[in-house]
Each structure stands twice: as C-alpha cells, then as structure tokens.
Ligand binder design. Structure first.
Ligand code: ACM
Length: 610
C-alpha cells in the first residue's frame, strides 16, 4: 500500500546545486558546476573563431560585448584569445554545448552553430547586466542540451501589425532564452501581411481594414453594443523585408514557420478576391474579432490561389515547415454550396468535415513536392489527416495526444498553459492590466507545464516535438504591450522547452528569474513587474490581535510599498521593512505594490483582513 502510494507520487525535482543556482541562469542548464573564482576579461577582448558558424557566433558575441562597453575583435590565433569557440562532434546533440570558464579563459565547444550560439547566450548571462569597468566571469563548467527540439513562440501580426524592427526584437527575445522556432501568423480575417507578387490585391486590399472594434468584444452582449474607432488600419511586409527577417533569424539559429490560414480565417482574402468564396460578395477585411463563417470555397480557383501563394512562401522561407492554419473553419457556407456538394458526391464523403481533410491532404501533397512539411491546428484531425502532417494542439492536449497515438508529430500549445495573450492578474479585466482577451494564466501554470502527456507511451512521446507559446494580438496593440505579456512569462516557457521536467522546480526558478530583471532593464524591456508575494491568508501569522505578513518581491532591489486604507500604494505610502502587522479589530484591505528599481510599479496585491 505504502509502496503503491509512493510510486504514484511525482518524482521530486533535483534541485540545482546552490552555486549553480546563484548564477541566475535561465533556462537552467543540464549540468553546472561553479568552482570558486572568476576570470577577468581584459578591456579589449579577442574571440577565436575560424569556421563560418564560429565566426557568425563570434560576431554576434562581439556586438553584445560592445553593448556592454567591451570592444572585441575576432582572431584566428588561438593563443591570443580570451574567448575561444570550437566545433567538435559532441554527445550533446546538434544544439548542445559545453562552456568552461577557468584560469585559461572562456571556451565554448559545440557540434555546430546552434550549440555555439546557446553557449554564447549562457556566457552573456554570466557577464554583468550593465557596462562597468571590470568584467569578471565566474568560473563554471557547463554541459547543456535542450529537452525539446521545437521550442516555439508565435506572434500574430494580423490582428495588429508589428514593424520589422520589432519582429527582429521578438526573435532576439526568443534566441536569448534559447527558443529556436518563430511561428509567424501572417494572415487572418483582420489583415493579410505578406506581399505576394502574383496577387497584388492582397497587399492593396486584404492588408487593410476600414476600422477596428473598440474594447473587450467578449464583454458585449450583442453586436449592437459594438463601437468602432473609425480609423483605417493595416500594413504588410514586402518580400524584401521578409527575406531580411529570415536572414536575421537564421543568423540566430531561429527557424521561422510562416502561417498562411486556410480555409478559415480568410475573409481578408475574400475582400480582394471574392470569386474564391462559395457565395457572391462583396466582402470586407474584418473589423471585429472571433470566428467568421465566410471561409474560402474548396474549389479549383481556390487551390490555384493557395498553390500560387505557397509557391512564393516556400521560396521565401528556407525552414522545413509551412503552417496552413486549419482552425475554426465553420462549414455553414460549404453546406449551402452546390460546388461542395459536388465534391462530396465525387469523393464519396458523407460528412462535410471530410472535405477539409481532403483539402488539407491536397495542399500537403503540393507542399511535399516543394520539400516542405505541413503543420496545422488540431482541427485538421477532424477531417482525417495524412500520416505526415504535424499537429499543433491548442484546444488542450486532447488533439495532440490523439495525433501522437496516430503516429503524427505534435507541437503542444494548449490554451490552458501556453496562451500568453491570457491575463496575468487573478482579477478578470483588472484595471491594472492592459485590455486583454480574458482568462488567467499565472506564471506557475506556465512553468509547471510538461509537454509530454502521461497518457502516451515513451514511443508515442517521441512524436511530441516540443512546446510553443502563442501571442494573439486582438488586444495587444503595441510592441510595449507584447513585451508586457511576454515578460517574465517567456522565461518560464524557456524552461518548459529547454530544461528536462525532472530538473524543474518553480521555487528554484523564481530567484533565477529575479536575477534576469536587471538584464531586461538594461535592454529596456517593458516587463510586467510582479506583485509582492506573501499577502495572502495562507501566509498570515497571528500574533495576539494582529495579523502579521512577511512580504517579498521577486525583483532584486525593489521596494514594497503598502496601504491599509484602501488607497493605491505608491512611492509616498508606507515602506515595507521586515514585517507588516495589521490590527484585527476591524475589516480592512491591505494593498501592497512592488516598486522596481526602474521606478515602475506592479499591480497591487490585495487582501481583505478581518
Ligand atoms: C487558435 O487559437 N484559434 C488556434
């Protein structure tokens, strides 16, 4: 009985060695030892690099050192260098690396460019966050490699458009935390964002909408309550810009997965090419959010259109995957369409959902002929999928589990754990957060996610390529808001993707995450300042007629300010020092905020004490 109980308990995480933990590295490397001592880099640094990948990583490292006030040069003289990059076949796989810092300097060894790049990213986290006179690198011996090969984050540029400069920054964010896949959601009902030479109306018409819904659509009871801003909105990337972003990502070992939605989420296409619809238009690029019944008709002109589009897309993106969407495609129009009835009769389908499966398989054959693999949202399972399609499981893990059992590859991105457009404050539609889609996704729920479902056998688990976080942007209108939703949650996503489950511990993660805030500040990233911890009934200690709280902040160097009178704390209200004692003779609301060293404040933590 006892043995049975113990067997059913989750394995305790192996906590990192305290010296390794103090380094504050995110994601936590596989194996770290941190002997006493540090290597001081000279004022002018030489980086030894010979092969093209070594030189690429050395040049990126040089730029990052320059930003720290340390000029660096590349050298082909090993003896003259303080930082040495070396390529050597390694047991650590294509993305693993070894990093040694000792009296002889810094040595990064990997089987190829990606591993060298991740070694360089780890090295950067060992350097001071800000420029300073001396740069001392703690002695370490690190052997590291990722848990998953697909470590993704998506950015929706359709609902709101983000300029090339910010897309590059987003790629930098992923790369800094060792993610390797950027899913670029380029098309949707609210705007088509990629230039296609053969279809100029996509960028003349589909890339723009007349106006945009104002406020949280999900809170309005009827469309009569909808209000619009009256301002035309749009934008797109030229093919030259796409090539620039692809090259930028390649240099950072990030693969881009372009997404071209079909057959749903495509009313913007119909605005420009209404002949691809099942019923006559006109159509307009959508100005609100949700699921639109006007999807493309699965007829020959539609195949021709998407094949032409995908021909240009495949030529622009060198990665192995093309995402075709496939989600949220209501079949209202297809059921009414004589053309679709005709297809069903011809193909012997008794269910209109099977038409989407047939559509997808035909598109997949086309992509395969171009050497590309198809990825689709988990709805692609419903019409029957080929053995070779990759499924992105978003409506929980169910689709991913079914697909892996079926032998298909899977990317796990369940709304419950990885939709980072969901809120970060327990209060729905909190006045302290920007407008967002609703739902609450706290940091620990992201951190504790394990992409390998227990329902799968080890052989089936091999089909789980890895996790991906999704940033939908209906309400995330600016780069600043993307940063607010992304940080610090991206750091949790990073450990979900990189660190084996047995080595993960949320309690050990939090202080390492805390050490990253100074780095985010140095890069002027608009992270969400976390509320103080410890203001909850479970943490309260009774001392006579008082409740005593010990508050703490996850941000090193932050102040905690509080009030007992229901007002919002700020820099002028009481400063928390050691403990906070609250009289119990009346009901009152305690509010406490973190004031970060950069001056920004968190949302208040709140507790009604009675
Ligand atoms: C999705 O969130 N509609 C994939």
């Amino acid at each position: 009985m006892l043995a049975g109980l113990l067997a059913g308990r989750p394995a305790l995480a192996q906590l990192p060695d305290p010296a390794a933990q103090r380094l504050g590295l995110v994601p936590l490397p596989r194996a770290v030892t941190a002997p006493a001592g540090a290597y001081e880099l000279p004022q002018k640094i030489s980086i030894y690099a010979v092969s093209p990948d070594e030189r690429n990583v050395a040049n990126l490292l040089k730029d990052m050192l320059t930003a720290l006030g340390k000029p660096a040069v590349l050298t082909t003289s090993r003896a003259a260098a303080q930082i040495r990059l070396a390529t050597a076949p390694a047991a650590a796989g294509p993305e693993g690396y070894r990093l040694v810092v000792d009296r002889a300097g810094v040595q990064i060894t990997a089987a190829g460019g990606a591993g060298l790049f991740y070694g360089a990213q780890t090295l950067l986290q060992l350097l001071p966050a800000r420029p300073g006179a001396r740069v001392r690198v703690p002695y370490v011996r690190i052997a590291d490699q990722p848990a998953f090969r697909w470590r993704g984050a998506m950015l929706d540029v359709s609902r709101h458009f983000f300029p090339v400069e910010f897309v590059k920054k987003y790629i930098d964010f992923l790369a800094a935390y060792k993610l390797n896949t950027f899913h670029w959601h380029l098309t949707d009902d609210q705007g088509w964002r990629i230039e296609i030479k053969k279809y100029p109306r996509l960028t003349q018409v589909s890339a723009f909408r007349q106006e945009t819904l104002v406020g949280p659509q999900q809170l309005f009871k009827t469309p009569a309550e909808f209000k619009y801003d009256g301002t035309p909105y749009g934008g797109f990337y030229t093919q030259a810009q796409i090539r620039e972003v692809v090259a930028y990502a390649q240099r950072r070992y990030v693969t881009i997965v372009p997404e071209i939605e079909m057959p749903g989420h495509s009313v913007a296409v119909l605005a420009a090419y209404p002949e691809l619809a099942c019923k006559p238009g006109p159509y307009a690029t959508w100005t609100m959010w949700g699921v639109n019944e006007d999807i493309v008709c699965p007829t020959e002109p539609t195949f021709r259109f998407f094949e032409d589009v995908l021909t240009e897309v495949c030529a622009l993106f060198p990665g192995p995957y093309v995402h075709i969407g496939g989600d949220e495609s209501p079949k209202v129009r297809w059921k009414e369409s004589a053309a679709v009835q005709e297809i069903m009769k011809r193909e012997g389908f008794d269910d209109v959902e099977k038409v989407q499966g047939w559509f997808n398989r035909r598109i997949e054959k086309f992509l395969q002929a171009k050497g590309k693999k198809l990825v689709g949202w988990d709805e692609i399972l419903e019409g029957g999928i080929s053995a070779s399609a990759t499924v992105m499981s978003w409506r929980g893990e169910k689709g991913g589990i079914e697909a892996a059992k079926h032998g298909n590859d899977v990317v796990m991105t369940p709304t419950t754990n990885l939709y980072i457009d969901y809120g970060q404050n327990p209060r729905p539609h909190s006045p302290y957060e920007p407008l967002m889609i609703g739902g609450y996704l706290p940091l620990d729920k992201i951190y504790n996610y394990n992409p390998l479902p227990k329902e799968l056998t080890p052989a089936q688990q091999k089909h789980i390529l890895g996790p991906q976080a999704n940033m939908w942007t209906e309400y995330i209108t600016t780069p600043e808001k993307v940063e607010f939703m992304l940080f610090p949650r991206l750091l949790a996503v990073s450990e979900v993707a990189w660190t084996p489950a047995a080595q993960k511990s949320y309690d050990a993660f939090l202080p390492r995450m805390g050490q990253q805030f100074a780095r985010l500040d140095a890069r002027r990233i608009n992270y969400r300042v976390p509320e103080p911890l410890g203001l909850d009934s479970a943490s309260q200690v009774r001392q006579g007629d008082r409740a005593v709280f010990t508050l703490r902040s996850l941000v090193p160097g932050a102040q905690i300010r509080y009030t007992l009178d229901g007002t919002l704390p700020d820099e002028t209200t009481a400063l928390f020092r050691n403990t906070l004692a609250v009289p119990l003779n009346r009901r009152l609301t305690v509010r406490a905020v973190t004031v970060a060293p950069n001056g920004r404040k968190s949302a208040p933590a709140e507790l009604l004490v009675k």
